[in-house]
Design a protein. Structure first.
Length: 347
């Protein structure tokens, strides 16, 4: 079965498994796990930040960062298509007492900066203070689009004018860097704090990183503890993250090239509606309706050996990753062609 549902389905590489088996470990609660320490320092250096903390997931990383940035009642400005709003169970509101202020994401994923300016609260009794502005890069629901550095710079200027920090949900920030040929450190420089996932395109089995100033990361460690995410001999899993950062970044452009080939082929199939301009990294989102019911398309692809995601009102999503080779792309194209024409792929 070819699995294009997400880049989270990747299996650890042989090098990762070997590193995990041989990992030098200690008690991370005491700050004594050398492999976790190595991973955190490597991640901080790559992003140009003072410090970093290893967390169990991207959702935990974003929530720990928001808890460290904000107090109860502080408002979070974020895009209305962002992952934190859609897929993280309202954790900041549920556990942190933080209301969300949603700003429209434009079609290319950028925030409507005029609305961002409007949503920043004046300091006045009865108004919740604006605690942090969140930006997502790449922007998942908009097709894996990359936030241009000039957009990030303008957002940074707005935040600085009002003394508000920026948190970047950079779950796929290394895809953003590869897709724009921009150093990841430069992208990260526009945000005070960054979360990124080791378990997506970088293919580690577990974990994410939150990076920022040393003082902020100490607060984030406290938030991680509240969330139950402080671990013991976690070097066993952190070792895979080290391998991911040392060996999996440079190959992300291969995923992007395969996603582009897939998207261009889908665009030629009758009944499929796809915005090729939105296919900038490893995510391909398209619509099959009204020609073919979306649920029927997903089931038809599965019957033909290809797993894809039903992405609700956004359409169907396919995501490339290191376990998807050229032959898998060929199979996916053939399956989509067959399903849209009401045929079955030949055995």
């Amino acid at each position: 079965m070819i699995d294009l549902r997400s880049d989270t389905v990747t299996k650890p590489t042989d090098a990762m498994r070997q590193a995990m088996a041989n990992a030098d470990v200690g008690d991370d609660q005491y700050g004594e796990d050398p492999t976790v320490g190595r991973l955190e320092q490597l991640a901080a250096n790559l992003l140009g930040k003072e410090a970093a903390v290893y967390v169990a997931s991207g959702t935990m990383g974003n929530l720990a960062a928001l808890l460290a940035h904000c107090g109860r009642g502080d408002e979070i400005i974020m895009g209305d298509e962002c992952h934190i709003f859609w897929y993280e169970s309202g954790g900041a509101a549920a556990l942190g007492g933080m209301p969300f202020s949603l700003v429209p994401n434009l079609a290319n994923g950028e925030l409507d900066l005029d609305v961002v300016r409007q949503r920043i609260r004046a300091k006045r009794a009865g108004y919740p203070p604006t605690g942090v502005i969140c930006v997502e890069n790449t922007q998942n629901r908009c097709g894996g689009t990359i936030m241009p550095t000039d957009h990030l710079a303008e957002l940074r200027a707005i935040a600085d004018e009002h003394g508000i920090p920026i948190h970047m949900d950079g779950a796929r920030i290394f895809n953003a860097a590869a897709g724009s040929d921009t150093p990841v450190e430069r992208i990260a420089s526009y945000a005070d704090t960054v979360q990124f996932c080791l378990s997506k395109g970088l293919a580690a089995p577990v974990g994410s990183i939150v990076a920022g100033s040393a003082e902020f990361i100490e607060r984030a460690r406290g938030a991680r503890k509240i969330l139950g995410g402080a671990m013991r001999q976690s070097g066993v899993i952190a070792a895979a993250g080290v391998v991911a950062l040392e060996s999996m970044i440079d190959r992300l452009s291969d995923d992007h090239a395969r996603a582009r080939r897939l998207a261009e082929a889908l665009a030629t199939i009758d009944g499929i509606n796809i915005d090729l301009d939105a296919v900038q990294t490893n995510i391909v989102i398209f619509k099959t309706e009204p020609a073919v019911n979306q649920l029927a398309f997903v089931e038809g692809m599965k019957a033909n050996g290809v797993l894809v995601s039903n992405y609700g009102t956004r359409g169907v999503r396919m995501v490339t990753h290191y376990q998807i080779d050229d032959a898998a792309i060929d199979t996916a194209i053939a399956a989509a062609t067959a399903v849209m024409s009401g045929q079955a792929v030949a055995a």
